[in-house]
Design a binder for this molecule. Structure first.
Ligand code: HSE
Length: 430
């Protein structure tokens, strides 16, 4: 790469605009550390006149991002639009084909098209870096690719979504409703641009677990049918009951090699308040890897927000400015294999089950009979009556049981005159 490096930023939302400002204010520092002189020569976004946190140079603004490459020589493109397909995919493919290095925080794009894009980058001998796509400011991808590179990793898991961790923690601390706390998270720039649903339903964490899994196990990004659940059904009531039991709700992403098969999942878990993961609160993310011979490693840091995300984007920039061409997934695309998926039916956990029922004779025995039919053993039972309304909340903690048993057990609990809502299920972790 030449001494003068031309940069384009496409997407000027909360992340893009923060990055723009960081690049300008750190220009000198980057030059001292890398010997390269960086210049932002093109920027692009949907709306040129939108009110932004930092002033932009409108002289270098392009309404059509594809036009940039026709008019300017670009060395590095930052894609911060955030779509899994559409213009994000188009611009990244276009840039790689034109032998432009690409840096992106876009986990939806990488989780869906990462294999193809990595191949394209390798073919054109440019870099495709995506450190900011997983766990915000935590340098986990580089740690796996470089720091832990010779270890055999067999498990990677943790808290991978800042928005949901913030919401769960803030609900517990402030007793505020889900909706109120979500608004706060959006104001802080934690939630996905335009669509917080992707954070809440587990999709965002799932995209991250797929990327982590591919990197950790040197595999292709899996297309397996997995258990993906978000926090939409978790109520303040569950958080309070859990707290009385010494537990806390966390949305965990887990990828593991079990008997040479790949298991990946994202779902809310109840963890002990005394555990490490139970104390990773607010916007914090934590990623835990288990490998040989290194053992367990833990990385914790802010998982969302423009500041931490920019930190990772700049770390990708430094890596490109300082180094050679690297494989996007640590090894050549040709060497990455697919492995057989683990059968989700055999996934086994203790369960927290909350039933909202009419306080009537026979309702509890209906539940316990059904549990026994599927050989699910009760460990603990807590019934809280609401005398005035002749209702009751029943919380059952079970011993370990398999997913298939849980599914069959739950299948009859449709809403009816005695069962007032479909039961809430939260799995206990370890
Ligand atoms: N929306 C993401 C989160 C941040 O809440 O963790 C970007 O990955």
């Amino acid at each position: 790469m030449n001494k003068n490096v031309n940069i384009a930023i496409v997407g000027l939302g909360q992340v893009g605009i923060y990055l723009y400002n960081e690049l300008k204010s750190k220009k000198r520092e980057i030059e001292i550390k890398t010997g390269k002189n960086i210049n932002i020569v093109a920027i692009s976004a949907k709306n040129r006149n939108k009110k932004r946190r930092f002033k932009i140079n409108k002289k270098i603004f392009y309404s059509n991002p594809l036009k940039i490459f026709k008019e300017k020589k670009i060395d590095i493109l930052f894609e911060s639009i955030g779509q899994s397909d559409g213009i994000s995919k188009k611009i990244v493919e276009y840039a790689l084909k034109k032998k432009v290095n690409v840096i992106t925080p876009n986990k939806a794009l990488i989780a869906k098209h990462g294999d193809k894009l990595a191949k394209l980058a390798e073919k054109n001998k440019v870099n495709l870096e995506f450190e900011a796509s997983v766990a915000g400011g935590i340098p986990i991808l580089r740690t796996i690719k470089e720091g832990l590179s010779t270890n055999k990793i067999n498990k990677v898991y943790g808290i991978l979504n800042g928005t949901t961790n913030y919401i769960l923690s803030e609900m517990e601390n402030s007793n505020e409703t889900f909706e109120k706390v979500l608004q706060k998270a959006q104001k802080l720039g934690y939630a996905e641009p335009g669509n917080p649903k992707l954070d809440l339903n587990g999709f965002d964490a799932f995209a991250k677990i797929k990327i982590l899994s591919a990197l950790s196990f040197n595999t292709k990004i899996s297309k397996n049918n997995c258990i993906m659940e978000g926090i939409e059904n978790i109520k303040l009531q569950d958080i309070k009951i859990a707290s009385q039991l010494g537990l806390r709700v966390k949305l965990l992403g887990i990828a593991e090699i079990v008997k040479n098969q790949l298991f990946e999942t994202v779902h809310p878990c109840l963890v002990s308040k005394n555990s490490y993961i139970g104390n990773v609160n607010g916007v914090m993310n934590a990623v835990i890897t288990e490998g040989r011979p290194v053992g367990e490693s833990v990385l914790q840091g802010e998982g969302a927000g423009p500041g931490p995300t920019s930190s990772s984007l700049l770390s990708d920039l430094m890596s490109i400015l300082l180094g050679n061409i690297k494989y996007p997934f640590g090894i050549s695309s040709n060497k990455r294999k697919s492995i057989k998926p683990f059968n989700n039916n055999n996934y086994s956990n203790s369960l927290y089950l909350r039933f909202e029922v009419k306080d009537k004779q026979g309702v509890l025995s209906l539940i316990t009979n059904r549990l026994s039919k599927f050989k699910i053993s009760v460990k603990r039972i807590i019934q809280t009556p609401d005398k005035k309304n002749k209702k009751a909340t029943i919380v059952i903690i079970t011993h370990k049981t398999t997913e298939i048993n849980v599914r069959n057990f739950l299948s009859i609990f449709k809403k009816n005159k005695n069962i007032l809502k479909f039961p809430t299920l939260i799995r206990l972790y370890n």
